[in-house]
Design a protein around this ligand. Structure first.
Ligand SMILES: NC(=O)c1ccc[n+]([C@@H]2O[C@H](COP(=O)([O-])OP(=O)(O)OC[C@H]3O[C@@H](n4cnc5c(N)ncnc54)[C@H](O)[C@@H]3O)[C@@H](O)[C@H]2O)c1
Length: 391
């Protein structure tokens, strides 16, 4: 085993990559050696910043023998082609959530990685957050007895952040389901061990100007008897970060004076202007990376066990036991998402897959589709493609 940094090629230098920059920059276990991006300005900015090579296509990037693994951070609908191209070239893969939009594509991706003998990791997702990982391990240890119930909530301004047009069309992966529910499902599956059995759900599609699902509430049952209630609204009035000590999703301190900012910024913009506004948040556009001082989170989560209730916070786990209350810290730093780099390095260097494999990502995607189907039919949906947290 070598301890050399994993040589990573980045595919897509947009918003998702921006969010990974502090993590990559702070972690000597990974080195950015190449990037593929359609825009010349992004490629030039990458070469100047990292001294790596800029390519126009993923195929050209994957032909670079210096690249050991790729981080695919392109829009959802491109994940399938990009994962297939990387697997064909024998590169290990970290692909952004969701793994894919359709289950058929997800299945092809998982099979392609397996046949090529490369690791396929789906992330970052909030199941990688340190407090989630810590809580999952505490639950698995059995210290608090059986896990009975999980409550996961999140109220955000997701639907009013600047979007490309397809991000507002459900059939193309738009709305909260494939971008946000997938996080909450990942978190809840991680805590409950992965094997979801059934889903009953209702969705909300309430703004005719942004005609896609902006909210949902779902009940999931798990093997072993745990039941989870997931509720999400991206319609932005109440902000549940108030219940997370005013820490935002990305671990940043939240400014209460910025109330209503997302909606205000979009007022009177047409779709082209909105997509342009989104591109001002990408790499090479001068946007500053987010400064985090806490772990990331995905809203309030409470897990009820026989002998304790666990409340996840950005800084650790508050344990409400039978006779005492205590706090178990999840130390932050030097940057968020170091668990994602850890997963990548262990997979590439030690051949040990993380929980969040392609199979795991496919199972979480199945729950997204089940929520949509249950909301449409009014019926519970049985799940067929689940896997446990330690396959
Ligand atoms: N985990 C997270 O916290 C998080 C946050 C944001 C986005 N994401 C995920 O990241 C993905 C991208 O979303 P985004 O918001 O960054 O979108 P974005 O539009 O900001 O970025 C996508 C980038 O891909 C580039 N691109 C397009 N076609 C390409 C190609 N053929 N080859 C290489 N690059 C190409 C675009 O130029 C753009 O820079 C989505 O799947 C989304 O779910 C995850």
């Amino acid at each position: 085993m070598t301890s050399d940094p994993v040589r990573l090629g980045v595919v897509g230098l947009g918003r998702a990559f921006m969010l990974m920059i502090p993590t990559f920059d702070a972690d000597p276990r990974v080195k950015l050696v190449a990037a593929a991006a359609p825009r010349q300005e992004s490629r030039t900015a990458f070469e100047q910043e990292y001294g790596g090579k800029g390519y126009e296509s993923i195929e050209a990037l994957c032909a670079d023998p210096d690249v050991e693994a790729v981080y695919i951070a392109t829009p959802h609908q491109m994940h399938v082609d990009h994962v297939l191209a990387a697997a064909k070239a024998g590169k290990h893969i970290l692909v952004e959530k969701p793994l894919a939009i359709s289950m058929e594509d997800a299945d092809r991706m998982v099979r392609a990685a397996r046949e090529a003998g490369v690791h396929l990791i789906v992330g970052p997702s909030h199941s990688f957050d340190l407090p989630v990982d810590l809580a999952a391990r505490l639950i698995e240890s059995g210290e608090f007895g059986a896990l009975r119930m999980i409550q996961a909530l999140n109220y955000t301004d997701f639907l009013y952040r600047p979007r490309r047009p397809e991000e507002l069309r459900t059939e193309e992966g738009g709305g909260v389901m494939f971008s946000q529910a997938i996080h909450q499902i990942d978190v809840v599956r991680r805590l409950a061990g992965g094997m979801a059995e059934k889903v009953v759900a209702f969705t909300g599609n309430w703004d005719p100007k942004r005609p896609t699902e902006g909210a949902f509430t779902a009940l999931m049952s798990f093997a072993g008897g745990c039941v989870a209630n997931l509720t999400y609204s991206g319609y932005a009035h109440f902000d549940s970060d108030i219940w997370m000590n005013d820490v935002g999703e990305l671990g940043q301190a939240k400014d209460p004076a910025s109330y209503g900012k997302a909606r205000r910024a979009l007022m009177d913009l047409d779709p082209e202007e909105e997509a342009r506004l989104k591109s001002t948040r990408t790499f090479g556009s001068g946007a500053a990376p987010i400064e985090a001082a806490h772990n990331e989170h995905f809203g309030p989560v409470i897990a009820l066990c026989d002998r304790a209730d666990l409340r996840l916070t950005p800084d650790g786990i508050e344990v409400f036991g039978d006779t005492e209350r205590r706090f178990i810290e999840a130390p932050f730093g030097p940057a968020p998402r170091k668990t994602v780099v850890e997963a990548l390095v262990r997979a590439v260097r030690e051949d040990v897959p993380p929980v969040q494999t392609g199979e795991w990502g496919l199972a979480s995607l199945e729950v997204c589709h089940a929520i949509l189907r249950s909301a449409e039919t009014g019926q519970p949906v049985a799940l067929q493609h689940q896997c446990n947290a330690h396959q």
